[in-house]
Design a protein around this ligand. Structure first.
Ligand code: MN
Length: 715
């Protein structure tokens, strides 16, 4: 037991440590406030020990240290020191804390305590309804103040760091499971990368120890080789940046164990086949330089098409901003390069917390959106329409960002379709969805939205509303919940009636009574899958066809008619037709990059047949008999690589140029810096559907105010 004076000394020591970790000086009042919080917590926990045998006070101090490292405010630090005091003591109440430390600290501690009680019931064996209720309550407790989540995440992180002291293996697994299911996705949603990866690895180690140690060993084995290679890449890039007079921090970023394992499992790959174990991260001083660095990177190594992501122009919903590009290095391996400025870097590492600290006035838009999301989920959960799995999926899925025709940005999970987009805009627009145009072209209902797509929903005011079929295409739980609700409320009775009517007709045809039919083996099988009401609904709605019913009742297979067989066949779309030759493998020559609309010829090459521009340099002097007449298939939707040289008035307008490229309807692949200075020379690599589109693109680019000149590059 410490004496009064000893405790005071101890408190000052802890506060000093917190101040150092935080990296920003604390005022005298703040120091006193925190010292008081420490002393209070110390006395409440006196005599208690952790499972590790250490005095209990070590835990709240460690939690506060984790948060101090992220740079949080004094209120949050005090709440962290006090976070287990209500939990562990009969005398300490929320009122008492309010008197001693103010209303906000008391509320945060209360929120953390509530979450603690709730979360102990989420386990792998629990049924999803129970889980749903649990998560619902957790959201409720957390949504009141973001700082509840921060403290709770740090609390969980320290508990996971010391999980091996928990003796009961079931309890360990349960904590790890909960960490992976709830806390790591939460940290991800909040953009706190450092916490997310540590939580995931700690849980991974408990849940899948064999896999964890295996991957750890594999990573260690190749460590030297990978480090050498990373250092080489860093050297190459650094000297290229120096040549252009750019100051930058270039470092290697290693994938954490859990994300390697997930990639192996999801993609069915072996460890040796995971290439993106490392990525380069470039941190520069401002936004404009980010785009210049992108140009330099694309000059050094060949960019992989379709892998450029401009999260600066369109940040992820957790606020993450950076440029991402993947290039093929001199060793022929793909390498991801992330480019950002210092502010973006802090945000990426510390996520939402950074918004609270590094900005004079914290940008609370993301925080607000997040809380609104939580409240929305809560409501849907309460109505019992959203399933636990849906939410889990949404938390873990990657995102795409798309635009409304007016240029508003919408974030949707990867794989989302136009229906999801329609519901994201407005429930009524979703209900009256009749089709969609993406970048001006009609797309099929199952089209998966891509980053940067401009999506326009075609609405039919007279449409009967969503059908069960839509659930096949709707990927977000927001859209799914709304569709289910609509069907349940409006259409269910009608569909059930219609379904019964259809079944009655089938029965009459087969000479069986309705009751007899329901006893048939095949029908019973259906009824074991769905409730009776849903079964009739699926008939009424056409998901279960008359043919299915006949088969189910008679137990005999009905042969499909000729017409149906023909329908299933789909013709493969080709891009180029070559005279007199069918079904030979064609590819577009890389030397002259023809675009649909260019005059072309086909040439037999080692790889099959390649399509060149008629005026391609490499065809000069080629004997006539080796050339085949070729023509474009007019209605193909294929996109072709094209290169455009652009003269820009100044480097500082490069970001808006990259933005403009996508706005003009071309797919941006890469940008190469040709010559720095003013004017600024660069080469754009884009993808377009035709020469008409390319011509339009170039002429519209020429009218852009910062562009002095633009022309297509041929060879
Ligand atoms: Mn705790």
């Amino acid at each position: 037991m410490l004496s009064r004076t000893e405790l005071k000394v101890e408190a000052d020591k802890v506060v000093g440590e917190l101040e150092t970790l935080r990296g920003k000086p604390l005022s005298k009042e703040e120091k006193e406030f925190l010292a008081r919080a420490y002393e209070f917590a110390y006395l409440v926990h006196e005599g208690q020990t952790r499972l590790s045998g250490e005095p209990y006070i070590v835990h709240p101090v460690e939690v506060a240290k984790i948060l101090a490292q992220l740079g949080v405010d004094t209120i949050t630090l005090a709440a962290a020191l006090l976070h287990d005091t209500i939990e562990d003591s009969q005398e300490v109440t929320i009122e008492r804390l309010k008197e001693e430390f103010g209303e906000i600290v008391a509320k945060i501690v209360d929120g953390v305590t509530k979450v603690e009680h709730i979360s102990t019931t989420v386990g792998p064996d629990q049924d999803s309804k129970k889980k749903m209720e649990t998560i619902q309550k957790m959201f409720l407790a957390m949504a009141e103040d973001m700082r509840v989540i921060f403290v709770k995440l740090a609390d969980r992180l320290h508990n996971m760091r010391t999980i091996n002291f928990v003796e009961d293996p079931e309890k360990r697994r349960q904590k790890a499971y909960e960490t992976l299911e709830i806390y790591a996705p939460l940290a991800h949603k909040l953009g706190i990368y450092t916490m997310k990866s540590e939580l995931e690895d700690a849980a991974f180690k408990v849940l899948y120890p064999e896999e964890y140690y295996k991957i750890k060993e594999l990573v260690a084995k190749k460590k030297k080789e990978r480090e050498d290679r990373t250092n080489e890449y860093i050297k190459i890039l650094k000297s290229a940046l120096e040549e252009h007079g750019i100051d930058a921090i270039v470092e290697g970023r290693y994938k954490h164990y859990y994300s390697i394992w997930r990639k192996m499992v999801e993609k069915g790959k072996k460890f040796e086949e995971i290439y993106d174990l490392i990525a380069l991260r470039v941190v520069v001083k401002d936004v404009t330089t980010c785009y210049t660095v992108l140009g330099i990177v694309h000059n050094l190594w060949k960019p992989l098409p379709g892998r450029f992501k401009d999260y600066i122009a369109a940040p992820k919903s957790n606020g993450y901003r950076s440029l991402h590009t993947t290039v093929i290095t001199n060793y022929g391996e793909p390498l991801e390069v992330q480019i950002r400025d210092e502010e973006m870097h802090k945000e990426a590492e510390y996520g939402l917390i950074a918004h609270w600290i590094y900005k004079e006035k914290p940008d609370l838009k993301t925080a607000k959106e997040w809380i609104e999301r939580l409240l929305e989920w809560r409501k849907e959960l309460a109505q019992g329409l959203a399933e636990f799995d849906d939410i889990k999926k949404e938390l873990q899925m990657d995102e795409v960002y798309v635009f409304t025709p007016k240029g508003d940005i919408k974030h949707l999970p990867k794989g989302a379709t136009p229906i999801d987009f329609a519901y994201a805009i407005h429930t009524e627009i979703g209900h009256h969805f009749a089709g969609a145009k993406v970048n001006g072209k009609i797309v099929p209902i199952d089209y998966q939205l891509q980053n940067g797509d401009v999506v326009e929903i075609i609405v039919n005011k007279n449409s009967p509303g969503p059908s069960i079929d839509w659930l096949k295409y709707a990927k977000t739980q927001n859209a799914r919940a709304k569709i289910k609700k609509f069907i349940k409320e409006k259409l269910a009775p009608e569909l059930v009636e219609r379904g019964k009517e259809i079944l009655r007709k089938v029965c009459r045809k087969l000479g069986k009574s309705f009751e007899e039919a329901l006893q048939a083996e095949g029908i019973k099988k259906h009824l074991s899958l769905y409730q009776e009401k849903d079964f009739f609904m699926k008939i009424g709605e056409g998901t279960i066809t008359v043919q299915d019913l006949v088969e189910a009742i008679t137990g005999q297979k009905v042969l499909p008619t000729r017409k149906q067989v023909g329908k299933r066949k789909k013709s493969t779309q080709s891009v180029v037709k070559v005279e007199g030759i069918e079904s030979i493998e064609l590819h577009i020559a890389k030397c002259c990059n023809p675009v649909k609309g260019d005059p072309i010829v086909a040439v037999v090459s080692r790889k099959g047949m390649s399509v060149h521009r008629k005026d391609c340099r490499n065809l000069r002097g080629m004997p006539e008999e080796k050339l085949f007449r070729a023509e474009w298939v007019v209605d193909s939707s294929e996109r072709f690589d094209a290169f455009v040289r652009v003269v820009l008035d100044s480097e500082k307008n490069l970001p808006s140029l990259v933005d403009r490229v996508t706005a003009l309807g071309a797919e941006f692949v890469a940008v190469k810096v040709l010559k720095m200075g003013e004017p600024f020379f660069l080469q754009l690599h884009i993808r377009v559907n035709s020469t008409a589109e390319l011509g339009e693109f170039i002429s519209r680019l020429r009218t852009y105010r910062y562009v002095l000149d633009a022309e297509r590059v041929i060879q």
